[in-house]
Write a protein that binds this ligand. Structure first.
Ligand code: AMP
Length: 379
């Protein structure tokens, strides 16, 4: 069985084609700059890598072109479209309704659109991508895998904000958490590496990429995570500020004569590593500058790591100890300085049996596995 994974962003479509029998990736790539004159698709197969400059005005055209490449007579990974047996879609927000992955029907599609009010930047592209894929592949099963689903096991004490209770009922204001597919995947991998059942393990998973979040995972279930109502809460990230005093929103607006849109843009796109360093949101650039003695690069890295350590400390308390800390995503997988600092700062309280695991994340693989399970079950 071959499964196509589609991950729609605000102006891009990432894709991966899996052969489930071998659990191998047959092809992957990205369609970038949807709606722009200079839009293009990159396509990689074992022995072929091409980049096609092609105009696509919307998700439907982008996904159609991706499928054309997958079945390209010379470079394609497949002979025909009919060799794609199912599609898995990454969807960011499933709110409280979607606690696990599901086969998409009309109702689910409408609800994904509806929850665009909670994730205005993320759910509309997924909705458009699913509609396009349903048009192109009307006969095969398509599955939605939600970033929020894994964190639906959080207890009330972890997901409620200290705001008037009515806001929760009226507007759905609560902590949802994100990166759920990544945390779930690396937790499963950790259990394999430790050769212990996941339902006997207490894990702290640190997804440190351009976006960053930490999850406390007790016996396979997320009991707390650092992102909240939106991905802005928690750790310092590439361009997001993470936790701040909420009173600062009004203060900054007043001091700088900013609109609410300005403040949103500042906190989401101009803060974090980029904002503090004034150099870059890319950890590689900051590490290079730090080596040259740049003080702001050093400061940004120190704040980044300190906050990771602070959250790990909090989750050690929430879990009452942990068997392992997992580091994943671009920064988590590559920056030794973080491992060293965690060990140095937390070494004494982590205990002797404790492990630190670096595990490459692979959200697409988990989406493929979820899709495979659901499609098989319904046959
Ligand atoms: P991701 O969102 O998972 O792609 O991660 C992106 C972040 O990982 C960026 O800040 C990159 O600078 C960082 N990153 C990727 N590779 C490395 C590396 N070899 N060393 C340090 N940072 C890296």
């Amino acid at each position: 069985m071959n499964i196509l994974i589609i991950n729609c962003g605000s102006s891009s479509v990432k894709y991966q084609l899996f052969c489930m029998r071998k659990m191998s990736v047959l092809a992957r790539g990205i369609a970038e700059k949807i709606g722009c004159r200079d839009s293009y698709i990159s396509y990689q197969k074992a022995n072929a890598s091409i980049r096609v400059k092609v105009y696509f005005k919307d998700y439907f055209t982008a996904i159609s072109k991706i499928v054309d490449l997958l079945v390209h007579p010379q470079k394609g990974a497949l002979k025909s479209k009919t060799e794609i047996n199912a599609i898995g879609h990454r969807v960011v927000h499933g709110a409280e309704e979607f606690k696990s992955s599901l086969v998409i029907n009309k109702y689910a599609l409408e609800r994904i659109k509806y929850y665009g009010r909670l994730a205005p930047l993320h759910n509309p592209p997924a909705y458009n991508g699913i509609r396009a894929a349903l048009k192109i592949f009307p006969r095969i099963k398509q599955v939605a895998v939600f970033d929020t689903a894994f964190h639906q096991t959080m207890p009330e004490e972890a997901f409620m904000y200290g705001l008037p209770y009515a806001f929760y009922k009226k507007y759905g204001i609560r902590r949802y958490g994100f990166h759920g597919t990544s945390h779930r995947y690396v937790a499963q991998q950790a259990a394999k590496i430790l050769r212990r059942p996941l339902n006997k393990l207490k894990l702290i998973s640190c997804h440190l990429g351009n976006g960053c979040s930490i999850a406390a995972i007790k016996f396979g279930r997320s009991i707390d995570t650092s992102m909240g109502f939106t991905p802005l809460e928690g750790l310092l990230m590439g361009t997001r500020c993470g936790d701040i005093d909420p009173a600062l929103v009004g203060y900054i607006m007043e001091k700088g004569q900013y609109s609410i849109e300005d403040v949103n843009a500042i906190m989401n796109r101009k803060s974090g590593l980029l904002g503090l360093s004034g150099i870059s949101n890319d950890m590689r650039d900051l590490l290079a500058q730090r080596r040259k003695g740049n003080k702001k690069a050093k400061l940004a890295i120190d704040v980044f790591i300190y906050r990771v350590i602070k959250y790990i400390g909090a989750y050690l308390a929430a879990l009452n100890g942990a068997d392992a800390i997992i580091l994943t995503a671009g920064i988590g997988e590559n920056v030794a300085l973080i491992r060293q600092r965690i060990k140095k700062r937390l070494g004494n309280i982590l205990g002797r049996n404790f492990k630190m695991l670096v595990i490459p994340t692979d959200e697409e693989r988990l989406i493929a596995l979820d899709t495979f399970k659901l499609v098989k079950r319904r046959k």
